[in-house]
Design a protein around this ligand. Sequence first.
Ligand code: ATP
Ligand code: MG
Length: 597
Amino acid sequence: MKAVPSPAEPDQKPLDFALVRRIFGYTKPYARLRNALFALVALRSVQLPLIAWTTAAVISGPIARHDVRATVWGVAGYLALTGFTSLCFVYRQRLALLLGEAVVHDLRLQVYEHLLRLPMSFFKKVQVGKLIGRITSDVDVVRVCVQDVAFISIVQLGSMLVSAGLMLYYDWQLFLVVLVMAPVLWGMLRHFRRRLSAAYRAQQESFSRVAATLAESVSGIREIQGFVRQDINGGLFQQLIYDHSRYNMISAQQSAIFLPLLEFNGQLFLSILLVVGGYQALGGEVRLDALIQFLFLSNAFFGAISPLGNQYNQALTAMAGAERVFGLLDTQPEWSDAPDAGELPPLSGRVEFRGVTFAYEPGRTVLHDVSFAVEPGQTVALVGYTGSGKSSIVNLVAKLYLAQSGHILVDGHDIQRVTSLSLHRQIASVTQDNFLFASTVLENIRLARPQASDAEVVGAARALDIADLIEDLPRGFQTEVGEKGAGLSLGQRQVVCFVRAMLADPRILILDEATSSVDTVTESRLQHALSKLLLGRTSFVVAHRLSTIRHADLVLVLEQGRIVERGNHRQLLAQGGRYARMYQQFVSSTDLPVATL
Ligand SMILES: Nc1ncnc2c1ncn2[C@@H]1O[C@H](COP(=O)(O)OP(=O)(O)OP(=O)(O)O)[C@@H](O)[C@H]1O
Ligand SMILES: [Mg+2]
């Protein structure tokens, strides 16, 4: 039970402007907000160097002249400017949050809606954890991109340009010195950031291994305790959290070097400028006030480099996240309804298979040339060993998969030519998963028909004569069930699923249950409920109950994806073939699940 780390997905990608355009496409519905933001950041990119300029101007002007009145005015002007700048900052952040949140909301909804439309085959292949990552952390890095990266970069780049222009105006020779130093600083920042982000990635990956192992241990707790693996698993876990703390330490150490180094560098560059500039000033080549201006402006210039590097990094991370999110959004279903698929009219319920051949994966055919017909209201029992294709047949009836060849007709309509939605509205299934959502029993039943009243839900249970089994639960119909129906016994879950199917009142019913052993009293209650549920509907039953098979209008015996015998119970017994042999085995050993008759 060792956690296998999934192949690492790159968490950074080069800047891709097609991707950036696609991300910013999501701001289109909020164009006014976005444009207001662009105006604000343009303003701020002028304000920041202007603040530096004002400070220097006050020092080298009125203060140097000992002019008190002018100094007071200068300081007042400075205060007004900084106040206005801060106000712009408040609005910049607020609007950016609004925009980011709006985009994330739309994107999450789009991903979720897209997911729910993908066919079953997609979900059999993909890991749930990955999907959760797409809709949470990956969408979140896209948020950062929309909300911060573009706007902060514009402010910083803009203020660098404005400062550069002013510096050039004051002293072009000193500006050349700055121009040489800037790429050095940028290169150094990139180098350390890269190391930092590698350390950070290792930290993240080790954390996801810890989390995955914890999750696996909780779901496999029965096996761990049952096979006395507590010590072994404990040891594995200890190793994982030890690794994790090691990675934590490494990334903490990296950033502990990086930040002081950054600070020191800014000061070092300033001192170089002081040396060069001071030398010029002493020689009388530059005026002192120009040097003061220059130093303040260069501070603004260098100060922008670090945040820019930071945003650049964020942008690369956002590229990787966005690529994954859009990759999921661009996943085309392997098949979808034909463009000219029509609505299925209300059915009477005749179902026919004509030469149906089907494989989940190319090359591994699981159903071979299956043909049969069921008249409206009849019950078909599917019988055969495990893996013989019983569930596959009902999956095809429900159009959860498409057959590779042959036709499946309902009331004479080929299901490939009708919309899945209109077909699903007239089909209900009770399946091997018995899935219940975390909610009350009542709501779980109502899922079948959301507009049904409480009385109708209870009515459906009464109609099956099993309302008392639900009322006996701790809080009756209001009993809360956990995820996947935790808190209910297997028999109770079946009761809920039966009532749910009853409430749906479908023309076609599919019953593909796991072999389950419930006590004999409940069993006979369920059998009785089942016979009422099947009444008047075309039903496909993967039968575990002998009485269901006995009363079925048609029994199909499957072997390795082929129908090997067909008829009703009596006819098949009289034939004395496979079915008869299985039946004999069954009656002599009631331990055998009936589906595998
Ligand atoms: N999602 C899937 N992807 C690939 N192969 C599958 C898938 N589901 C089932 N199979 C294969 O298809 C064959 C038929 O499976 P099916 O589920 O129809 O059997 P079954 O008769 O319902 O068995 P059981 O009684 O155990 O439920 C099996 O060989 C199985 O391995
Ligand atoms: Mg099955």
